[in-house]
Design a binder for this molecule. Structure first.
Ligand SMILES: [Zn+2]
Ligand SMILES: [Zn+2]
Length: 269
C-alpha cells in the first residue's frame, strides 16, 4: 500500500485553484498518512498576457503550510516541498532557493525546452513528433548536471502527454539513446526517479515515465523512486495508487522513498 503522495499542487501554483485545506481533507479521506506539497517554481517561464507565471510566493506558501501542519497534526503528516522547473542555465538560481528555504523535498522537472513548453501545440510545429520528443529528452542530462540539490526527477516523459499522437508511437527503445543517459546520471548521483500518476489523468494508460522506462531504470541499478499524483485538484490526490502498488513490486521495486528534511525514508509496498 502507498501511504504518501509526494507531488501535489494548490492555489499557490499558477495552474491550480485548489485550497490547501481541500487537498488535505481529500488526502485524509483517502487514508494517506503523509503528503508533500510541491508548488511550481519555474524561473523564466514565458509571461502569459503580459503577466509573470509559475513564480511562487514562498513566504505565504511556507506560512500557510506550517499553519496547516499544526491544524492537521495527528491526522496527516504535511511536508514542505517544491517543484523546480529546470533549464540548463538555471542551476545557480535553483541552488540558491534551495539553500534559502527548509524544504523537505525538492523535485526537479523539465517543463521548458529552450523556453518553450510542450503543453502548447506550437512546440510541435515545423518539426516531427519524433524530433520534438528527442529534443525534450536530450535536455534532461543537461538539467541534471546543471543542478545538484534536488531529490527526484519528475515525470521524465512529460512531453508524451502533449504530442500529436501522445504515447501511441512512443517507446523507451525508440528514445533510448536520449533517455538512458538521463537514467544513468540519476543513478550515479544518488537521485530518485519519480513515478507520476498524472499520465493516467492524461489518458496515456501509463504513469510518467512509462513502465518500460521504470523497468530500464531498475535494470540499470536504480532503486530509489518517489511517488506522486501531481494532483492540481482534490479529487486527483493518490490517483491510481492501488494500481502502482501492484505494478511497481512486479518491476522489482521493494520500497518507495518519502523525503523529510532532504533524507529519504523508505517505505515498503
Ligand atoms: Zn511538472
Ligand atoms: Zn507538478
Amino acid at each position: 500500500m502507498i501511504t504518501a503522495d509526494c507531488h501535489l499542487h494548490t492555489s499557490f501554483s499558477t495552474d491550480s485553484d485548489a485550497p490547501m485545506e481541500a487537498m488535505l481533507a481529500s488526502a485524509v479521506r483517502k487514508g494517506l498518512s503523509t503528503v508533500c506539497f510541491t508548488e511550481h517554481l519555474d524561473y523564466d517561464y514565458p509571461p502569459e498576457n503580459g503577466e509573470e507565471v509559475f513564480l511562487l510566493d514562498l513566504p505565504a506558501y511556507c506560512e500557510k503550510l506550517l499553519e496547516l501542519r499544526e491544524r492537521f497534526r495527528g491526522k496527516i503528516e504535511v511536508l514542505f516541498g517544491v517543484e523546480l522547473g529546470m533549464m540548463p542555465y538555471l542551476g545557480a538560481r535553483c541552488e540558491e532557493v534551495v539553500r534559502a528555504w527548509p524544504f523537505d523535498f525538492v523535485i526537479a522537472s523539465s517543463h521548458l525546452v529552450d523556453g518553450r513548453d510542450p503543453y502548447y501545440p506550437d512546440f510541435f510545429e515545423g518539426v516531427s513528433e519524433e524530433e520534438a520528443y528527442a529534443s525534450y529528452f536530450r535536455t534532461i542530462p543537461a538539467n541534471v548536471r546543471a543542478f545538484s540539490s534536488f531529490h527526484t526527477y519528475a515525470h521524465l516523459d512529460y512531453v508524451v502527454r502533449y504530442g500529436p499522437h501522445r504515447n501511441e508511437r512512443y517507446s523507451y527503445e525508440k528514445y533510448r539513446e536520449a533517455i538512458e543517459p538521463a537514467l544513468r546520471i540519476l543513478i550515479e548521483n544518488g537521485k530518485a526517479l519519480e513515478v507520476n500518476t498524472g499520465g493516467y489523468r492524461s489518458g496515456l494508460g501509463q504513469p510518467n515515465p512509462h513502465l518500460d522506462v521504470l523497468r530500464a531504470y531498475r535494470e540499470l541499478g536504480g532503486e530509489l523512486i518517489t511517488i506522486g499524483s501531481d494532483a492540481h485538484a482534490p479529487e486527483g490526490v493518490a490517483l491510481e495508487f492501488d494500481r502502482l502498488s501492484e505494478l511497481l513490486p512486479a518491476l522489482g521495486f521493494t520500497h518507495y522513498a518519502v523525503f523529510k528534511g532532504g533524507k529519504p525514508e523508505l517505505r515498503p509496498f
